[in-house]
Design a protein. Structure first.
Lengths: 228, 228
DNA sequence: ATTTGGATTATAACGCGTTATAGCTTTAGC
DNA sequence: GCTAAAGCTATAACGCGTTATAATCCAAAT
């Protein structure tokens, strides 16, 4: 039991705990490395020694929260096709429980330096989608020629960018869900067998109706305020 | 001829010109508001008076460059379906002419504050995609029930996030092109009529082969270096 | 020609992420 | 128990985007 390593780990935990606490309390505003160090009862230099950068800390916080998401995911019992949409809805639900927190973490993990954004949606999440693609293909819902990596990547990216728009405050959680569902429906239908396409097709029209309802207020979805 | 306004416009132009020059010369590195002000022969406060923020300046630079893209786009004479893919290839080509510059601009326009990223792919670009969706639908290639805004948005986003990955140095221009083409093929096929789907389908397999070739080096597309 | 007033200037300052330096505490090895 | 070193602390500093302040300039109106 190396006491040295214990103390280091304790400090590490204290920093992550303090980060979560600060984020949940005040969101992104007022969260700085200096504030974090003070809240963790530690010098400003220590977080850099233990994590390297603010972004690394945010990724650690994000991963801690993602563990919970993956627990829920494992418990999801859904059809090989429905699982795609339910996984999205589950994430939306979890985000909704602590939106300020998740927005702040996502924004900090992605927005500031930005370079490591594949880490935000890296290994575990991507592998999840890939696994579902494989299952859907085995179930005869997707074309056998479809490459799981390629489709999973497209799904991941579409999910990711919608989450970013939400984190940046440009859309609400409900629109996030509809948008991702819509993109997923199109992507999956594009890769689907005739049988799969028949099952996905009915999803499209209602999703479009929901989306146009969202956009009834804001005339054009991508138009910035200035030219509205 | 209000001399006052002329002088202001001259200053504005000097700033944009200096920004472009600096970006083309050294890329993102060494480009700061202080360096920009000095290069433009202007005080540090002036860019803020005239543009408001660094991001606004970057968006202005980006828009200046985009005008050229749109000129080329207008001259593109392609089939209602092929146009989607050729428009992407055209953008890739233009990026390739001055990659350092475009990366730096995109990164600065999007990456730093990040909040206005819809402005990066705002009005003009989005409207372009929407117009093409309308045309493809009129040509009987897309289902008549497809909502142009919704599909155009999905296309825009998919394009945008791949561009971001390129700007962040995580993929090359060739992979960028393949990825966007692949996503476009799936999305469009998902929204296509039987006739449209028949035309898009042959694109998918070659694109997948190209993508897997890219990924032969880097085992998993989304995996960060650490866990490779 | 003189006044007026809006814009630019120089400059200092703020908080940010990050890094470097020097000193101190505390653990590990003898 | 003593020494050596690892790791934290305190602190200053750097460059960044951005803002505020006061001085200054110069076109515009009288």
């Amino acid at each position: 039991m190396p006491t040295r390593e214990q103390a280091k780990q304790a400090r590490r935990d204290a920093i992550i705990t303090a980060a979560v606490r600060l984020m949940r309390a005040r969101g992104d505003a007022g969260f700085s490395m200096r504030a974090l160090a003070e809240a963790a009862g530690v010098s400003i230099a220590t977080p850099y020694n233990l994590f390297g950068s603010k972004q690394a800390i945010m990724l650690a916080v994000l991963d801690a929260g993602m563990a919970r998401y993956e627990d829920h995911l494992d418990r999801l019992e859904a059809d090989a096709l429905d699982i795609f949409f339910e996984a999205v809805s589950l994430a939306v639900e979890l985000y909704g429980e602590a939106p300020k927190f998740h927005k702040a973490v996502l924004f900090a993990a992605y927005g500031d330096g930005g370079r490591d954004h594949r880490a935000v949606f890296g290994d575990p999440r991507f592998l999840f989608w890939k696994g579902r693609v494989d299952q859907a293909r085995d179930a005869g819902l997707l074309e056998s020629e479809i490459e799981a990596n390629a489709l999973a990547l497209a799904l991941s990216q579409q999910f990711f960018i919608c989450i970013l728009e939400w984190a940046y405050g440009q859309i609400g959680l409900d629109e996030l869900e509809s948008r991702v569902h819509y993109s997923f429906a199109l992507l999956l239908k594009g890769a689907a067998t005739a049988a799969g396409a028949k099952r996905i097709a009915p999803r499209i029209r209602p999703l479009q109706q929901q989306l146009t309802r969202f956009w009834a207020d804001a005339p054009l979805p991508l138009t910035a305020d200035k030219s509205a």
